[in-house]
Design a protein around this ligand. Structure first.
Ligand code: ADP
Length: 162
């Protein structure tokens, strides 16, 4: 069975992330979306909230699982016997960082774990979690960026909705 992990911050998940998840689920037998629990950062949504958003958004895709992890993604892969990391590429600005990280991870795993990149669907190429938070912060229209239930959670978080 070919398993892959799609790690990220997902604060919160956007349609760009969801697109990568769906496409990865067509290529691999099982995809685990893994939310990074980074104690050094203060995200808008807690790990549990981010996991629950992803679970709700992917509930109809049977070969997608959602989990959280702390520490290095490579350790998560080795512990769970996963040989592939999935990442998304939006533009050249993502490329340098992603290339460096994938090479580091390959080295750290003794060449046991490889990274596979999915290029963004053009219509989501501008989408980022930080951009979405910026729009939500000013009560902007989020419907092109995130599912409605995520938009509601964002607007609640910024005090625009009960
Ligand atoms: P990280 O902090 O690990 O970069 P993110 O949640 O921002 O976490 O992103 C996780 C992955 O999803 C990254 O590989 C990122 O490049 C990719 N990604 C984010 N938004 C998009 C998008 N709109 N289209 C394609 N890939 C995306």
């Amino acid at each position: 069975m070919k398993s892959a992990v799609y790690p990220g911050t997902f604060d919160p998940m956007t349609y760009g992330h969801l697109d990568i998840i769906k496409r990865a689920a067509n290529v691999f037998d099982e995809v685990t979306v893994a939310v990074l629990d980074n104690k050094g950062k203060t995200p808008l949504f807690s790990v549990d909230e981010r996991v629950n958003i992803l679970k709700e958004a992917t509930k109809d895709i049977p070969n997608v699982k959602v989990a959280s992890f702390e520490g290095l993604v490579i350790d998560y892969c080795l512990q769970n016997k996963i040989g592939v990391i999935v990442r998304g590429l939006r533009a050249v600005t993502d490329f340098e960082y992603e290339l460096q990280m994938s090479q580091m991870n390959r080295k750290l795993s003794n060449h046991r774990v490889d990274t596979v990149f999915f290029n963004t669907t053009l219509k989501y190429s501008y989408l980022s979690s930080s951009g979405v938070k910026e729009v939500a912060h000013f009560n902007g229209d989020l419907k092109a960026f995130v599912p409605d239930f995520v938009a509601d959670l964002l607007l609640q978080r910024y005090g625009y909705k009960k």
